[in-house]
Design a protein around this ligand. Structure first.
Ligand code: MG
Length: 220
């Protein structure tokens, strides 16, 4: 297992305490999943052990036969904050990266149908690929182009301008629930075009202004 740590701008190396993920944050993705549009952000958590960095490998667990990619803008929290106002929320962000919220869609669908949580479907080791960090000052999170390719075939292409809840609202909402700490990650939701990967595939995720993220896919 790769060590799940990140290096914040300025050089501090830290193990993220939590990975907060946002579901249902793009209309076209909500529609492709046949889900209902949310009236407030939909949050779930992944364990930090799910992290895998550029050049790493996503491992398809034996428990699933339908693991999907979800390309997302990831914001990296730089300071402790609680109950942030929307207006000040971006001050909490130290860096951005492109990430992929790997999802065992079959397990998630089963959980949804039973009204059960998504912790298993979203939380396997290597289910949170994360690219190299770019200082927050270099990025406008409201206008980041997102793309994801599997084996050089374009699967997802969109913009963070289409988020239902823009990042300041997400941070304000998250910080009303959890105290956010330096190194915490927020995966901000995926646009449409999600789909399966299988062992032997190569995923390349891109967000404008950030280094691309390459991960291989393998079986157990
Ligand atoms: Mg997602």
């Amino acid at each position: 297992m790769p060590t799940p740590h990140i290096q914040l701008p300025g050089g501090r190396t830290i193990v993220p305490g939590k990975i907060v993920c946002v579901g249902r944050n793009y209309v076209k993705h909500v529609r492709e999943m046949k889900s209902e549009l949310p009236t407030e952000p939909v949050l779930f958590l992944k364990p930090p052990t799910a992290l895998v960095r550029d050049g790493g490998t996503v491992v398809i667990p034996q428990a699933s036969s339908d693991v999907h990619h979800e390309v997302e803008l990831v914001s990296v929290i730089g300071k402790e904050c609680r109950n942030m106002d929307t207006e000040d929320a971006l001050e909490a962000v130290a860096a951005y990266a492109v990430g992929v919220d790997m999802t065992a869609r079959d397990l998630q669908t089963r959980a949804k149908n039973k009204g059960l949580p998504w912790a298993v479907a979203k939380g396997f080791d290597t289910f949170a690929p994360l690219g190299d960090l770019v200082p927050a000052s270099q990025i406008d999170p409201a206008n980041v182009s997102l793309e994801l390719r599997v084996n050089d075939t374009l699967r997802q292409q969109s913009s963070t301008s289409l988020m239902i809840f823009p990042l300041p609202e997400l941070i304000a909402y998250c910080s009303s629930v959890f105290t956010l700490l330096p190194g915490d990650l927020i995966y901000t939701g995926t646009p449409d075009g999600v789909g399966p990967v299988t062992p032997g595939d190569t995923i390349v995720a891109q967000a404008s202004g950030m280094p691309p993220l390459h991960v291989a896919v393998s079986g157990v």
